[in-house]
Write a protein that binds this ligand. Structure first.
Ligand code: TLP
Length: 345
């Protein structure tokens, strides 16, 4: 049975062009700064998000952790959205490794307004941990891929600046936001000190993420990456794919967004399911199982028997993520399978 894998855009396979580039890549020892392909990727990546320098890291999780480690000291307070990936899915690294204390802000569909931020910043006081860093997320994973505009970002960041906070952006899917909003990624990163984005999600590179920021920040981040064991050697074989990802794979994200909308529209028509269709702005769809016995895990299991892979992200919530391997026909088949799987609920 053919499998339709909507669990994540992380499942994308490298393209043929990437595989060829891997074979050809000129490499060196990147811990000595001598891998020309890594250096080329870092230069291109920094330019794409309008920062002085960039650092190639093995994963988004490590990129975010390196950022927290570099911006903070032990005992500092990090303000972040209650459903943010850094808090929810990164094994508590900001506390366990960086020794910081998270202060959660329940945002509006993943976004922290200037007023909310201001209400959560406590005055300097002997008793309080010093507030040091604000983390934002765009697009916001658990909010269903919501994309936040340059204006929203500028307003919230202005409050952070007023209180002397550093700002890190978890932009794992920043190019999805850029394509969906029709703005250059630089407009989404100009107000932040550092940004992490992933090459290995919708952009189809097999491995790797980027952390970008000012020169001095990236120099210190390089040391933090080394401490975490993320100093890689002939990483140019991976960086070669990252270059192709950034040069060729961004515009096609619009197709993933169109298919996510198709999915959302179709799912919303199925009795027993509810979807905020207008809220589907990028490549993530959240669908709620209604009814007293609605159980997302049960539906996930039933869908699996039709060859459809999706994730439960809440008791009643299923997440579907579109990507390069999902076709219009796959969307149709997925809708049919959902109809069948939810009939007897
Ligand atoms: N997200 C993964 C899972 O961890 C949930 C996914 O399938 O969506 N920030 C954001 C906003 C992310 O969505 C992810 C990955 C990361 C960071 C971490 O990236 P990796 O997986 O490279 O460590």
């Amino acid at each position: 049975m053919p499998i339709i894998d909507l669990r994540s855009d992380t499942v994308t396979q490298p393209t043929e062009e990437m595989r060829e580039a891997m074979a050809r890549a000129e490499v060196g020892d990147d811990v000595y700064g001598e891998d020309p392909t890594v250096n080329a990727l870092e230069e291109l990546a920094a330019q794409k998000v309008g920062k002085e320098r960039a650092l190639f890291v093995p994963s988004g999780t490590m990129g975010n952790l390196v950022a927290v480690l570099t911006h903070t000291q032990r005992g500092d307070e990090v303000l972040l959205e209650a459903e943010s990936h850094i808090y929810y899915y990164e094994v508590g690294g900001l506390s366990a490794v960086a020794g910081t204390i998270p202060r959660l802000i329940q945002g509006d569909h993943g976004w922290i307004s200037p007023e909310q931020l201001e209400a959560h910043i406590r005055p300097r006081d002997l008793h309080f941990p010093p507030p040091r860093l604000l983390c934002l997320e765009n697009t916001h994973n658990r909010a269903g891929g919501r994309a936040f505009t340059p204006e929203q970002i500028t307003r919230t960041c202005a409050v952070a600046r007023r209180y002397g906070l550093k700002i890190h952006l978890d932009g794992a899917r920043i190019f999805n936001a850029s394509v969906a909003l029709g703005v250059d990624a630089r407009a989404l990163t100009r107000d932040v000190d550092s940004v992490m984005f992933c090459l290995s999600k919708g952009l189809s590179a097999p491995v790797g993420s980027i952390l970008a920021g000012e020169r001095e920040f990236i120099e210190r981040a390089r040391k933090a990456r080394k401490m975490l064991g993320g100093g890689m050697r002939q990483a140019g074989v991976l960086a070669a794919c990252g270059i192709i990802a950034l040069e060729t794979m961004i515009p096609r994200l619009a197709e993933d967004h169109r298919r996510a909308r198709m999915l959302a529209t179709g799912l919303a028509r199925i009795p027993g399911l509810s979807v905020d269709v207008e809220g589907v702005q990028t490549n993530i769809v959240l669908v709620e199982i209604e009814g007293p016995d609605g159980d997302a895990r049960e539906v996930v299991q039933r869908l699996r028997s039709f060859g459809i892979l999706v994730n439960a992200v809440g008791k009643r919530t299923i997440r579907l993520v579109t990507h390069r391997h999902i076709t219009d026909e796959d969307v149709e088949k997925t809708l049919e399978a959902f109809s069948a799987a939810t009939k007897s609920l």
